[in-house]
Design a protein around this ligand. Structure first.
Ligand code: ADP
Ligand code: MG
Length: 348
């Protein structure tokens, strides 16, 4: 290392950001994961001003008066509103940064479905928030790095990242994504399927957050050794009054079959189009699940049963992407070939 390089390394603050459809996480080199908040902004409908971001805005979701909207600007894996995405990113970067005079290098993980224009918007937002260097990395690549898969090697690694708004399936070899699928079916669709089921079965209208709680408490993709029960609460559609009902894990499993089938289909299609050498590697090395959706009970077994390929859940699936974005700069230093996973957008 030259003197200049050493100096620069000393003042550089590497920040990795997982800009997820449901959650945003920030990793700072040397400090670990410093921020973990929902990707939500609350906006004043009249002026368009951002009133709250993250945790605070999340509490307002579904509970706002008509003058305020709490929204998830990345809900569908595409940036629905640039202004709000930018404000959200700025808020999270500023909240995470401690060193005012450092050279800030930021790597943002974004869904692989986003367009060139959206990518530029994310980079612009990072620069406006104080990043001296900004890069984006595709989320499945970041997830694979975070899960500890040997992405730079000439061997096939397969990752399935099930988030809130999108499921991303990718086969990676030699630091590149060889095959991939990105679908808009993930945790949110599972929650919606639960809302619909409870409405039909009990004439009971429950909110999406209540549905999500039921999913996390008793949801499953594969029969459980001991089936579970859960009380859901909402509004009776006939009387309009508050009401509760008991749902079982078996009923919920049936209710969420359709979104689970769509996720399965994306996995199978990706496997079917893989080059044969990589297929051989994957049969041997298996599929790794990441993202919050990977925590659904028995999802690994369901995918294993339908693909005949061993499936494992990453250690701490909710943090794979942010750990990958945080680790990538360090890994590039050791293996310069990995540099191609970063997409740099030139300064305008
Ligand atoms: P994103 O990357 O899109 O922001 P995350 O990876 O943070 O998404 O995952 C969020 C999704 O994971 C949500 O739909 C949430 O309901 C779901 N989730 C979180 N924990 C669990 C769990 N224990 N069981 C099932 N789903 C879960
Ligand atoms: Mg994610």
């Amino acid at each position: 290392m030259s003197v200049v390089q050493r100096l620069l390394a000393h003042v550089t603050e590497d920040m990795g950001i997982d800009l997820g459809t449901a959650n945003t996480l920030v990793h700072v080199q040397g400090r670990g994961i410093v921020l973990r908040e929902p990707s939500v902004v609350a906006v004043d409908n009249q002026s368009g001003a951002v009133l709250a971001v993250g945790e605070e805005a999340q509490r307002m979701l579904g509970r706002t008066p008509s003058s305020i909207s709490a929204i998830r600007p990345l809900k569908d894996g595409v940036i629905a509103d640039y202004d709000q995405t930018e404000k959200m990113l700025q808020y999270f970067i500023q909240k995470s940064s401690q060193r005012r005079f450092a050279w800030h290098r930021v790597v943002v993980g974004i869904p692989s479905g986003v367009t060139e224009v959206e990518r530029m918007a994310v980079i612009e937002a990072a620069r406006k928030a104080g990043a001296n260097e900004a890069y984006v990395i595709e989320e499945p690549m970041a997830a694979a790095i975070g899960a500890g898969l040997p992405v730079a090697e000439p061997t096939g690694s397969m990752i399935v990242d099930i988030g809130g708004g999108t499921t991303e399936v990718a086969i990676i070899s030699l630091a590149g994504i060889v095959e991939s699928r990105s679908i808009r079916t993930a945790g949110d669709e599972i929650d919606e399927a639960i809302v619909n089921y409870v409405r039909k079965a009990f004439n009971l209208y429950i909110g999406e957050r209540s549905a999500e709680k039921a999913k996390i408490s008793i949801g499953s993709a594969f029969p459980l050794e001991e089936e579970l029960e859960y009380e859901v609460r909402g509004r009776d559609l006939l009387t309009g009054l508050p009401k509760a009902a008991i749902v079982t894990s078996e009923d919920l499993r049936l209710a969420i079959q359709e979104p689970l089938n769509e996720i399965l289909r994306a996995v199978i299609e990706t496997l079917e189009t893989a080059p044969p050498e990589l297929s051989a590697d994957i049969i041997h090395r298996g599929i790794v699940l990441a993202g919050g959706g990977a925590l659904l009970r028995g999802l690994d077994r369901l995918i294993q049963q339908h693909t005949q390929v061993p499936v494992t859940v990453a250690h701490d699936p909710l943090t794979c992407v942010v750990v990958g974005t945080g680790r990538v700069m360090e890994e590039i230093r050791q293996n310069p070939q990995l540099r191609k996973v970063l997409v740099e957008v030139p300064k305008a």
